[in-house]
Design a protein around this ligand. Structure first.
Ligand code: NAP
Length: 306
């Protein structure tokens, strides 16, 4: 794989940034990768484990001379970081981000992007419940999707270059409109996370069983919920605060369906339950037939999830 950018700056050095660094190094996609994290503790850890060719004490220092700047901070912090680095962005450079919500990031970051700098939002659909500079690994993006969400008038060459970087890091790349992205992610990721958080909270309320049965006898279903509910609180707080409308729309529909199922259980409407479950089973079959997932009981995913 050949070099795509001379200088890449990673702002925020958590799971996604560290995985990007190792994936960039694996394939020699950049000449030099600089990095910045807000806390001294994270910068020290990064230096100790060799995360980034150069760790800088300010975001501006990391960004100076960079051809690509990747904002890898929680969605709620994107605007402040963009305002901080704006004065030192190089003409012709590309700024991108990896935030889980796109419309909000575009609104928060775009006003700070100077003339002559490209802004191409992106979102890799890959992650784990772990966070911080030590949690990344080069394979995180292998065979996972990365969605590019170009704003109007984006430069095709800059988009093609960013696409080449993500493909070089192992991802499959697609382009999507910001509002559609936020709705799709509300269905596939944001609402399911909220349901997992709720389910674990409910189980914890039943304290008398938490210590023993709930964990001891939990099959994959509940264990997966506890794993998802261990995801970073800051990141997920920001996701729900910034993808409010789409998440509330999906949760409204979810609640209606839940009430209908609840009613079927109370009234003993077995036909309703059977037909509903037959329909959802067919949807799962369709996903497998379309090659979007494997039929393996553990989904064949091992440690990686989004
Ligand atoms: P992470 O492991 O928690 O790392 C976050 C990084 O951002 C840390 O280096 C942290 O610095 C820095 N940071 C936090 N708050 C900040 C602030 N207010 N100002 C400046 N820097 C700040 O997070 P991550 O999982 O890599 O997520 C980063 C982004 O990727 C988020 O926008 C998230 O929505 C998106 N994303 C996450 C996943 C996932 O599954 N985790 C998947 C796809 C996309 P310190 O360490 O110094 O506190």
């Amino acid at each position: 794989m050949s070099q795509v950018y001379d200088r890449v700056a990673l702002i925020g050095l958590g799971l996604i940034a560290s995985s990007m660094f190792w994936a960039i190094k694996r394939s020699g996609l950049a000449g030099e990768v600089t990095g910045y994290a807000r806390s001294e503790a994270t910068r020290d850890t990064a230096r100790r484990i060799g995360l980034c060719d150069r760790v800088c004490d300010t975001a501006q220092e990391a960004v100076e001379g960079a051809d690509l700047v990747v904002l890898c901070v929680p969605v709620g912090a994107m605007g402040t970081v963009a305002a901080d680095i704006a004065p030192v962005l190089k003409t012709g450079a590309t700024v991108t981000d990896v935030g889980s919500v796109k419309r909000h990031v575009i609104q928060a970051v775009s006003p700070h992007i100077p003339e002559g700098v490209h802004f191409i939002p992106a979102h890799p659909l890959a992650g784990t419940e772990h966070s911080g500079p030590k949690s990344g690994f080069a394979e995180l993006f292998d065979n996972r999707w990365c969605l590019l969400v170009p704003v109007e008038g984006s430069d095709p060459d800059a988009i093609a270059r960013l696409r080449a970087l993500w493909e070089g890091m192992g991802a499959n790349v697609d382009e999507m409109d910001a509002d559609h992205h936020d709705l799709v992610l509300a269905v596939t990721s944001h609402a399911p996370h909220l349901i997992a958080y709720t389910m674990v909270g409910v189980a914890d309320d039943l304290r008398r069983v938490t210590d023993s049965e709930v964990i001891k006898y939990s099959a994959a279903g509940f264990r997966d919920f506890t794993r998802i509910a261990a995801s970073d609180p800051t990141m997920w707080r920001d996701v729900f605060l910034t993808n409010k409308d789409a998440t509330l729309e999906i949760l409204g529909r979810f609640t209606e369906e839940l009430f209908a199922l609840q009613r079927a259980i109370r009234t003993g409407d077995g036909e309703h339950l059977f037909n509903y479950f037959t329909h959802t089973r067919a949807i799962r079959r369709g996903i497998i037939d379309a090659g979007q997932d494997t039929d393996a009981p553990d989904f064949g995913r091992g440690k990686v999830s989004s």
